[in-house]
Design a protein around this ligand. Structure first.
Ligand code: 6PG
Length: 236
């Protein structure tokens, strides 16, 4: 295994590993930011079946598309169907990105919600931020060479020109917030992601590979990979 930033766990059941981590965070009443995309869906479904107590947990999103909550492209909608509607007992506190407002107003609304939850904070320190990885090494909705990568003050910003489908405007947490997390966990599977894994975690920080800029200030970075995605970390 080539050198990689963070703690690398190559597992046969990535979804199960993420589910266990989500359940533990829920039981701890953590501030959790979920990721979107397709990979995490089964992990959310598995987490819903673990019988955790979600009543004190607070759910955020690392990003969402600027669509309504019932739209098929909504990251909130995916997590609602896979996890939030399926957990037993008292539900967590949900902080949905109101993407239907449009990127600017939705980012403002989301940042206000964060400021309300983390009063006086210079930057919010979420307990767990789950992230996926695009084949272009983007994470959340921070895309290669996009101006949002350089945002150092705002906690959430609108993204008018995402670099990958779905080509709808987005709202994303910014790098300072992602790097302030106590625990950042990437879930990446599939051989198609191996080159992005290498660029993101075995190469130098590079705005062409936004995930390579995820380097938690005080928190931990963990990569939960299947063997196919981990091929990217094999020595060249
Ligand atoms: C999104 C996600 C995005 C995702 C990656 C990987 O809104 O699409 O937040 O960052 O995690 O694109 O997506 P897949 O899991 O579908 O490959």
């Amino acid at each position: 295994m080539g050198a990689a930033r963070g703690s690398v766990e190559v597992v046969d059941d990535p979804a199960g590993e993420i589910a266990l981590r989500l359940a533990a965070a829920a039981n701890a009443g953590a501030q959790i930011a979920l990721t979107g995309g397709s990979t995490p869906r089964i992990a959310y479904e598995r987490a819903a079946e673990l019988g955790a107590d979600w009543s004190s947990a607070k759910i955020w999103w690392g990003d969402d598309r600027c669509v309504g909550p019932d739209h098929e492209q909504s990251n909130y909608g995916m997590a609602k169907a896979a996890l939030l509607d399926r957990i037993e007992g008292e539900p967590p506190r949900i902080h949905r990105i109101e993407g239907e407002l449009g990127p600017g107003p939705a980012a403002h609304q989301y940042e206000e919600a964060l400021r309300g939850a983390f009063p006086g904070a210079r930057v919010p320190e979420l307990d767990l931020i789950l992230l996926g990885l695009g084949p272009d090494a983007h994470c959340a909705s921070l895309f290669p060479r996009n101006p949002e990568l350089g945002e150092q003050e705002r906690w959430a910003v609108g993204v008018n020109s995402p670099g990958m489908a779905p080509l709808v405007p987005r709202v994303t947490l910014t790098l300072p917030v992602l790097n302030a997390a106590r625990n950042v966990v990437f879930l990446v599977t599939g051989a198609d992601k191996a080159p992005a894994v290498r660029r993101a975690f075995a190469g130098p920080p590079d705005p062409d590979a936004p995930a390579s800029l995820i380097d938690p200030v005080d928190g931990s970075l963990t990569l939960i990979l299947d063997a196919a995605a981990a091929e990217g970390l094999q020595a060249a």
